[in-house]
Design a protein. Structure first.
Length: 312
């Protein structure tokens, strides 16, 4: 049985569904998100958990035989105090690693991020690239250290650890007003018949801007494959689609899926935007056989269909 912390969120719930579809039983934890997504209804056990509570975390192991952990739960990304953010996420991670050790799990995966590559110039971004020591934002600072914490604990206790360097994910249950990419806001606005608000501090969008982009259902399936693989050759994996996607390409797909949307973007590329890059997923493909199932058109169509029946 696999425990997915943050399992009712966007990435967590789709990871749980992918694990279930591959024949695994799943326990998910719930804290800020408490509504059970329909794609998990009747299929998972839900355990309320504040991941910063060590005793409550360990208590889950008295009720379930946990053989693996996918640690996706995270503190709010917009906490203004970086010390509060680092304290909450560090305590949650240490409790998860303590539980993994106590339960004798086989594999522990922890969410990292494409943001850890900040300052790396190579294109595409590969897992063996040296990571600059930068402290530009609290998220990549914590994610880099989380990879090391997990590796150290796993080596000591004897379980596999996997750092999931997740790309730009979008799709059902995602944050519509995403502070890192304008694409969810564009889709949401089109479905609701509104003009998209991309005024600062929201990120701008130009037609030729390109980004690493991964539909959440592909992301969840990739994580599930990494958790269930018999053997992995590495402990760090990029998780994404493996190609850059132009914003203009996404807007064309939105306009095709939502008649009358007529979204337009400024021509060219945002002059203030850093060079575009994306994640290389050769390792992921070689070790799990993963191939993205959602190109831009299919992803937009699926997301639009979901939004028409749900309120985000």
């Amino acid at each position: 049985m696999i425990l997915v912390t943050g399992g009712l969120g966007s990435i967590g719930s789709h990871t749980a569904r992918a694990l279930l579809d591959l024949g695994e039983s799943v326990v998910v934890t719930a804290h800020r998100s408490t509504a059970l997504p329909e794609h998990l209804a009747g299929r998972v056990v839900v355990e309320p958990l504040d991941t910063t509570d060590r005793a409550s975390f360990l208590d889950i192991g008295t009720r379930h035989e946990i053989t693996g952990i996918v640690h996706l739960a995270a503190a709010r990304y917009d906490l203004p105090d970086p010390v509060a953010y680092l304290r909450a996420d560090s305590l949650a991670l240490l409790n998860a690693l303590n539980a993994a050790t106590a339960w004798g799990v086989r594999r522990f995966s922890v969410a990292s991020s494409i943001a850890v590559y900040m300052g790396v110039d190579e294109v595409p971004l590969r897992e063996d690239a040296p990571l600059p020591v930068l402290a530009a934002h609290q998220i990549p600072v914590f994610k880099k250290t989380a990879e090391l914490f997990a590796a150290l604990a796993g080596d000591s206790a004897g379980f596999d650890t996997v750092a999931l360097r997740i790309g730009t994910v979008w799709g059902p249950l995602g944050v519509p007003d995403n502070p890192f990419t304008p694409l969810p806001r564009l889709v949401n606005a089109a479905v609701r018949g509104e003009d998209p608000d991309l005024t600062p501090p929201r990120p701008p969008a130009y037609a030729e801007d390109a980004t690493d982009l991964c539909y959440v259902k592909d992301c969840g399936r990739a994580i599930a494959l990494l958790m269930l693989a018999d053997r992995l050759n590495h402990r760090t994996y990029n998780v994404s689609s493996g190609r850059p996607v132009r914003y203009g390409e996404v807007v064309d797909a939105i306009n095709a899926a939502v008649p009358g949307a007529n979204l337009t973007l400024p021509a060219g590329r945002n002059p203030e935007r850093p060079p575009d890059t994306y994640l290389d997923i050769t390792r992921l493909q070689a070790d799990t056989g993963f191939r993205p199932e959602y190109d831009v058109d299919r992803a937009v169509s699926d997301y639009v269909g979901w939004l028409r029946h749900h309120e985000e």
